[in-house]
Design a protein around this ligand. Structure first.
Ligand SMILES: [Mn+2]
Length: 384
């Protein structure tokens, strides 16, 4: 029996102002095709379904269309948990009704610390899928009344200890946490580190009783400690430091309790996400021929080029940033930040805000908004 393991979809995400929605739709359609081709009947989604707790409309529409295709058209069942980016309440809305259709959304554990459990019985196999969504140590501390629970590992151990496993069946845990092994896990800039002051790391050893641990949270597909403790990773590259990563679909192929193997299938993105190196002049030759790859530029020019970004964007509409690799101060400028844009520092405060607003919303301020910003700036400058 095969299960598709997905995680960290981050539907609705923008990468440096660039919407990923078309790429996300493309990848989810690919997932459906893969299920048809491989005879996969079940999908696990390990959290961070949406990028934000209040997702944009197009993200909700996309999830709806994906789940409808999977569940209504293809008769798949889907087991989904919330991650640190999701709103528990919004994601799990209507879950009692949806379970009847084969859509299991869990964003909490029960008050007695038991996890929601879903059983699959198929081709002579019995599988229990346990849901351990992203919950804070404080929640487990309150539920258990155990004041010694201060970090994520202790909280998770407490929950797992309260869930006795049936060792005769195949046990899968669906979880969204920062799990570590003997080696340092590969991290990415697009993972937001949420818990200030609380130790996030959980040892993979905590999950020893499970035959497969479907993880979400880290965006690079990888196993932690042992083969069967695995991050599916985000299906797309969501930050510049992920350009070198290989994104894949993770298929769990279960023949028996002692014969579980992993099959990784490369994901074909709608647009490749690449580094391009060269001078602005070299890179903007034949500007009339568009290049639709998502590009972070490593410029070899030895001095800053006027309007570099504007010129590059004509040929490369999916521009996400640049750095000058031959200018000393810029060598570490791997972040495609707005403040790195040429001439930004020289602008007045309200002009900077204008740019910032456009960067975030892709809209210009109207006159009323401009006046409001100007009056706040004037006031602040007066105070200063
Ligand atoms: Mn994530």
């Amino acid at each position: 029996m095969k299960i598709l393991h997905l995680a960290d979809l981050h539907l609705g995400k923008n990468v440096v102002g660039l919407s990923m929605i078309d790429s996300q739709r493309y990848v989810l359609d690919q997932a459906i095709d893969l299920c048809k081709k491989e005879g996969i009947k079940h999908i696990i989604i390990s959290g961070d379904v949406y990028d934000r707790s209040i997702p944009p409309e197009e993200a909700v529409t996309l999830l709806n269309s994906f789940l409808s295709k999977a569940i209504l058209d293809e008769k798949l069942s889907v087991y989904m948990i919330s991650g640190n980016h999701d709103s528990k309440e919004r994601l799990a809305c209507f879950n009692g009704i949806l379970e009847k259709q084969g859509l299991f959304i869990d964003s909490n554990i029960n008050k007695d610390l038991s996890m929601h459990k879903h059983t699959i019985e198929e081709s002579g196999l019995k599988i229990n899928i346990y849901s351990l969504p992203y919950i804070f140590p404080g929640e487990v501390r309150v539920l258990s009344g155990d004041d010694s629970i201060k970090d994520f590992e202790k909280a998770v151990i407490k929950v797992l200890d309260n869930n006795k496993l049936d060792d005769a069946v195949i046990n899968i845990l669906n979880a969204h946490y920062f799990v570590t092994g003997n080696e340092e896990p590969i991290r990415s800039d697009s993972e937001v580190r949420t818990s200030v002051g609380t130790i996030e790391q959980i040892s993979y050893k905590v999950f020893d009783g499970y035959d497969y641990v479907a993880l979400g949270h880290l965006h690079c597909p990888q196993h932690i400690g042992r083969e069967a403790v695995r991050y599916a990773g985000s299906p797309l590259k969501y930050s510049v430091d992920e350009i070198k990563q290989k994104k894949c679909f993770t298929i769990i192929d279960i023949k028996s309790k002692n014969d579980i193997s992993i099959n990784k299938i490369d994901i074909k993105p709608l647009y490749e996400f690449v580094y391009l190196e060269g001078t602005v002049d070299e890179l903007t030759q034949n500007s009339e021929v568009k290049d639709d790859r998502i590009v972070f530029f490593r410029l070899t020019d030895t001095s800053h080029v006027l309007n570099a970004a504007t010129r590059l964007k004509i040929k490369y509409p999916h521009y996400v940033g640049l750095e000058y690799i031959n200018i000393k101060d810029d060598v570490d400028g791997s972040e495609a930040g707005l403040s790195k844009e040429e001439g930004f520092e020289e602008l007045s405060t309200s002009e900077q805000f204008d740019k910032f607003f456009r960067f975030i919303t892709e809209k210009d301020l109207d006159q009323t908004q401009k006046d409001a910003v100007q009056s706040v700036v004037d006031e602040l400058e007066k105070e200063a």
